[in-house]
Write a protein that binds this ligand. Structure first.
Ligand code: ADP
Ligand code: MG
Ligand code: ZN
Length: 469
């Protein structure tokens, strides 16, 4: 038992995929030629006036409802003042003490019950522009110049802040995966970590086990993978414990994890308590979400991923249910099972093989996939893999693949096996002398000879038997 307990709180930014930006009518979804999706508002020309994007407000409310938040009767946009080249107004429009959504929770199911994480707030803000450092490495260090692409400036962002309710890296990772899946299913964002449409910062501290004090935390920024985050958290917990056990104190600081991708205004420890001089943006009216709109949005939320994990874990193992749901595969799984496939077998194929194909589950004809799953043991592995890779094609049918049966009949395989053993007397001798590893050599030859159609289990068994003879 460790004498220390970790305390973890998360701040997550999600880019909304609205048609237009947060406060102007420029197209949202940067990626075009730099600085082509801009206007006087998002370039901060003097006198240009922002207007809040209704759709973005509704989407933030929807996410807030999914996170069990209270929706404010009045929400206010504030100016958060700081200077950085990617911020032309020298302030970001954000929300401060009157956010759209607050006091929610998200339950992360585990094998031993839920871990409930408090949601402090979910508010709306605008993204900054993108700085592009001109250097081979893409990093600011060693760059010869920095260019600014304002296409991203003004992209609607929802920031979600959690209470410091998490206590280990694995749970933090699962929380993030569940939140990501929630956002994706609500169709609010692609939430793609590699593209930066979901980004998160992790706050970590440790305290003596059993205490409820909150000690000084450090913040890990710019994480772009869940596994990376989990590793970073683990390392940081261990480091802080070492510091305390050696009689030191943990300094409040920001640790940049992947500077190659994104960067934040540089911060040193003391500047963390930066004064942003927040004040209400006088150019924007407060938002008063009408009750009927909130209720309509609530009605649009289907069964959420956490609930589905628990429901599916009644049929499958908790692990399988979790993988299917957080991978966005459980609806296809249910359809494949409804079409006649065995549940566990279907889960295995989807979670282990289908997921690697990168095919969109929605593109798949579940009935055809069910046929394939049910016949998996009878068709050659190569044919199965090929079929699986085509399940997303329009008009895909399993039939041609189902005809390719594996050869599992000893009478058919034995002569081939004998021929191969006769052709390789040296290896056969070595195998008999104890070099067990050569079994694979013979099995491989047989598989090759049969064009991959032999049942590997039967081949293994027969080869072993023949070599011993
Ligand atoms: P800011 O980053 O703007 O200073 P907060 O102080 O509200 O904002 O906290 C940001 C995040 O840090 C929240 O997710 C919160 O749960 C978490 N947090 C706050 N104190 C601690 C702590 N002592 N240990 C770990 N996480 C913490
Ligand atoms: Mg912070
Ligand atoms: Zn614009």
């Amino acid at each position: 038992m460790s004498n220390w307990e970790a305390v973890i709180g998360l701040e997550i930014h999600v880019q909304l995929k609205t048609r237009t930006k947060m406060f102007c009518r420029c197209p949202n979804g940067f990626g075009g030629e730099p600085n082509t999706q801009t206007c006087p508002v998002c370039l901060a020309f003097p006198g240009a006036l922002p207007v809040a994007n209704r759709r973005a407000v509704e989407e933030c409310i929807k996410l807030g409802l999914a996170l069990d938040c209270e929706i404010a009767e009045r929400a206010v946009f504030h100016r958060k003042n700081y200077f950085y080249p990617d911020l032309p107004k020298a302030y970001q429009i954000s929300q401060y003490d009157e956010p759209l959504c607050a006091r929610g929770k998200l339950a992360v199911p585990t094998e031993n019950g839920d871990i409930t994480v408090g949601i402090t707030r979910a508010h709306l803000e605008e993204d900054a522009a993108k700085n592009v450092h001109v250097a081979a490495s893409g990093r600011i260090h060693g760059a010869t110049a920095t260019l600014v692409d304002f296409n991203r400036g003004g992209t609607p962002l929802v920031e979600i802040v959690t209470e410091p309710d998490l206590h280990d890296a694995e749970s933090a990772k699962r929380f993030l995966q569940l939140l990501r899946q929630t956002v994706v299913e609500l169709d609010l964002s692609d939430a793609e970590l590699e593209k930066g449409s979901m980004r998160f910062d992790v706050n970590v501290s440790v305290r003596p086990a059993g205490s409820d004090e909150l000690r000084t935390r450090t913040e890990l920024k710019n994480m772009n993978s869940f596994n990376f985050a989990a590793k970073g958290i683990e390392r940081e917990i261990a480091r802080q414990i070492r510091v305390y056990e050696q009689g030191g104190i943990v300094e409040q600081e920001t640790l940049h994890f992947d500077p190659a991708h994104e960067e934040s205004p540089p911060m040193r420890s003391k500047e963390e308590a930066q004064d942003y001089r927040y004040f209400p943006d006088p150019d924007l009216v407060p938002v008063h979400p009408p009750v009927d709109v909130v209720e309509r949005l609530r009605g649009e939320i289907g069964e959420l991923p956490g609930a589905r994990i628990k429901r599916i874990a009644d049929t499958l193992s908790f692990y399988d249910a979790d993988v299917l749901v957080t991978g966005g595969l459980d609806r296809l799984w249910a359809d494949v099972v409804a079409a006649g496939a065995e549940p566990k077998e279907a889960a295995n194929v989807l979670a282990n093989q289908f997921v690697a194909t990168g095919i969109a589950p929605s593109a798949v004809n579940a009935a055809e996939l069910a046929k394939l799953v049910s016949a998996r043991a009878e068709i050659p592995r190569a044919a199965f893999d090929e079929a699986l890779a085509k399940t997303g094609d329009a008009g895909f049918t399993a039939a041609p693949y189902l005809e390719q049966k594996v050869v599992g009949d000893a009478a058919e395989l034995d002569p081939i096996i004998e021929r191969i053993i006769d052709a390789n007397p040296g290896q056969a001798e070595q195998f008999r002398g104890g070099k067990q590893g050569l079994l694979g050599f013979f099995v491989g030859q047989v598989m090759k000879e049969t064009g991959g159609k032999a049942d590997p289990r039967v081949v293994n068994e027969r080869v072993r038997e023949k070599l011993r003879a």
